[in-house]
Design a protein around this ligand. Structure first.
Ligand code: HEM
Length: 240
């Protein structure tokens, strides 16, 4: 049996006293926040940690959605939905993390904001990568729909026959809904902290955040519900 000292000795290359620290590169990761003496306000640590954690989680979500694009291309719908569901689990925490920032008071936030320069969430690499992957997912889904000779309406009417592709459609809807939820909670956060009738750090009015809530990734997947309901209403009316 190996001696305990030998098992705890790091064997991976890199900095850090243990393999845990080396593998996760915790030295670098934990040096990415301002040291306490440089913080403009003590609440800035929370502001930094929430933003950096969100970027990591959004990166993870976009990575899994990229894998889902490939899976849909190969008609591997089981794997695609597994990966999209995982991506949604990665997306939920950044939505929750937004609420932590509601604990920063509007006055204290302005002390932190003074150090942001022109920094704006509009340049969030994580969110931008989701905005990039969204249409690609929609594109490969529609390609498969076309190959099967189906419209979105057909897919929803014949969902039992095309279970895999229908499940993909529902997962896309989950993704679209998460994007809306992020935007909604973020809008409320911005309204709470800086107000709803001001401009952001890049000169963008906060009202723009409201307008962005109206942009859907997969409008046809939302619309199909209206079609199904009006068809059902007509059938019902015909019976009366
Ligand atoms: C005190 C907290 C926050 C405030 C007051 C705030 C405020 C704002 C404002 C005013 C905008 C509009 C653009 C501009 O900057 O001028 C914006 C955009 C944005 N922010 Fe924040 N934000 C906060 C926290 C966060 C966090 C934690 C994230 C997570 C990554 C985030 C992500 C974004 C994104 C993705 C956009 C673009 C939104 C879109 O495309 O719909 N923000 N934010």
């Amino acid at each position: 049996m190996a001696h305990r000292d030998e098992l705890t000795k790091p064997i991976l290359p890199g900095r850090g006293a243990t393999d845990y620290e080396r593998y996760l590169r915790t030295d670098e990761l934990l040096a990415l926040q301002k040291p306490p003496e440089e913080l403009l306000h003590k609440d800035e640590m929370t502001f930094l940690v929430v933003h950096q954690s969100s970027e990591l989680l959004l990166k993870g979500a976009a990575f899994e959605l990229g894998r889902a694009v490939e899976a849909i291309e190969h008609a591997d719908y089981g794997n695609a939905t597994r990966l999209i569901r995982r991506a949604m689990q990665l997306l939920d925490p950044p939505i929750g993390l937004l609420h932590i920032l509601e604990t920063i008071t509007p006055c204290d936030y302005h002390v932190i904001r003074a150090g942001l320069g022109h920094g704006s969430g509009l340049d969030s690499p994580g969110f931008l990568s989701l905005l990039h992957i969204g249409p690609r997912l929609g594109h490969v889904f529609h390609e498969q729909l076309g190959r099967a000779g189906l419209t979105v309406g057909d897919l929803y009417r014949r969902h039992q026959e095309f279970f895999g592709l229908h499940d993909v459609a529902e997962c896309l809807l989950d993704f679209d809904e998460r994007m809306q939820l992020f935007r909604f909670h973020h809008l409320k956060l911005a309204e709470r902290i800086i107000g709803g009738r001001v401009v952001g750090t890049m000169g963008t009015p906060v009202e723009v955040l409201q307008q962005r809530m109206e942009s859907w990734l997969y409008k046809d997947l939302w619309d199909v519900r209206n079609q199904i309901t009006s068809a059902a209403n007509q059938t019902q009316a015909g019976r009366q």
